[in-house]
Ligand binder design. Structure first.
Ligand code: MG
Ligand code: MG
Length: 249
């Protein structure tokens, strides 16, 4: 499938979707503390998206049951909010949110420390978020998709962590997942050439241990094979003539 190029007007519409997602993640971050359940976060996100006149992007997507993906500790992505999942001091929680308004999607994720976390845990979060920032810095017309993945991989591996290869970022627009796929690894100068008007959901998923992941029996929740912690940060980013515009910031 061809990569869809968006007009400036379409990018502005996507900014609205991005703002809603950002507001939800901001509210969720403020709520996260020991004793809170992931279902409580889900309920707030559900209401905020409805109040904004938007629709959740994930709920019903291939049958996913919730508005948020909430992935705790060794869960990599696609964790399902539950009243049984109670946050504890020292945990990390990845929260992924997508919304659609006026036909356009926004998609963003953050990993939030619960209370005080171990220094090595904080480093995993900092490196993952930092690798997203490095990736976004490479985005401009004429850059290559391989530059984006290489930026993530180089930073993560230099820190002794590993990038997940089974899940990737994606183009985004009037559908949540459009071409191209955006791996968190690659070689500079390779792959698709970026053009003004492309919109990309860049989302490094980083494991403290090995890169191997498996999916639990619920059919959704991906966990690290070795039980190590995993972090996930994501922004929806438009390629503009000046470089990158982060639509979910
Ligand atoms: Mg996402
Ligand atoms: Mg995504």
């Amino acid at each position: 499938m061809a990569i869809v190029i968006k007009t400036a007007k379409e990018v502005e519409k996507m900014r609205r979707a991005g703002e809603i997602v950002r507001e939800v993640l901001h509210a969720v971050r403020a709520m996260v503390k020991p004793g809170v359940t992931t279902l409580e976060l889900e309920n707030v996100a559900d209401k905020m998206i409805a109040d904004a006149g938007a629709k959740p992007a994930f709920k019903g997507y291939h049958g996913f049951p919730c508005v948020l993906c909430t992935s705790l500790n060794d869960q990599v992505v696609h964790g399902i909010p539950s009243a049984k999942t109670v946050l504890r001091e020292g945990d990390i929680l990845s929260v992924d949110c997508g919304a659609v308004i006026d036909g356009y999607y926004g998609d963003s994720a953050i990993t939030i420390p619960v209370g005080k976390v171990a220094p090595t845990t904080q480093r995993l979060l900092d490196v993952t978020e930092g690798s997203l920032a490095r990736a976004i810095e490479t985005v401009r017309p004429g850059a290559m998709l391989g530059d984006v993945g290489a930026a993530v991989q180089e930073m993560v591996e230099a820190e002794g962590f590993s990038v997940v290869k089974e899940f990737v970022g994606h183009g985004i627009g009037t559908r949540m997942h459009e071409d191209p796929q955006i791996p968190n690894f690659g070689q500079r100068g390779r792959g698709v050439r970026l053009r003004e008007g492309m919109v990309l959901a860049i989302e490094p998923m980083v494991n403290a241990g090995s890169e191997a992941v498996r999916v639990l029996k619920d059919g959704w929740t991906a966990v690290t094979e070795d039980g190590s912690l995993s972090a996930h940060f994501e922004h929806t980013v438009a390629v503009t003539k000046d470089g990158a515009a982060i639509l979910t910031l």
